[in-house]
Design a protein around this ligand. Sequence first.
Ligand code: MN3
Length: 283
Amino acid sequence: MVLATSSTGAPLHPPTGTLLSLGHPGGGRLAPMSQVSFGARAPYALPPLPYGETELEPVISARTLGFHHGRHHQGYLTTLNRLLAGDPLGALPLVRVIRETAEDPARTAIFDNAAQVWNHSFYWYCLRRGGGGQPAGRLAALIDRSFGSFAAFQQRFAAAAMSQFGSGWAWLCEEGGRLLVLRTANAETPIAFAGINPLLTIDVWEHAYYLDYQNRRADHVNAVIGQLLNWQFAELNLPPENPAQPAMVAALPQTASPLAYFDPRVSPGATTGSYLSRLARRL
Ligand code: MN3
């Protein structure tokens, strides 16, 4: 399942950070995504699944999970390592590679594969056997404040997942003390932006559900939200609490849409770069 070699047979730098083991009986401790390491530089290593391939059944079958992690995720990683061989970008941590290439049309292939490696590594931890339900504590309060209610959030998150045309991702993110629901196409990812903290995601590429649900994306999305979302992981991805929010954020109406939030006329200085503008236009 985990193929710890590059396409050229060169040894991979092993992950050096905490390997999360959510859902494994007796497994490792719970930790945020920032502690998942791919190795300091290319060739990056594939983080193992934090659970066994059968543990998400019946929502996601072992067959789907095996192909998704062992073939799709590994495929992005193998391609990325090949593309970075001999490239100075390969000396950077994975998130830096994503941010350096996000707006560079000459490096689309590196961006796409680097972003997909990160997105999938994040996605595995967003799921757990016996997940779903509602978050508690600070995250629950943020959801109420940002969306009005948990039900309103859930509806918005599901709508983002279902309305993404073609391949992509639905996200719950934090920015400046508020939560946002985003959807991105193909490999695009909010981790490309400093200051936006992804909390949870759902993969809506067909490879994530087609073997189990065929074209019934909504059934898959609803089952994932209801039974698999890992709210403990989401809470760990929140930045440290900071009561001194920027005045710009505090001044936003609670009902501000993500699009309004990204609009530089509404939140000056909050959006920089055409990549973010392109992302916002798709909401
Ligand atoms: Mn996928």
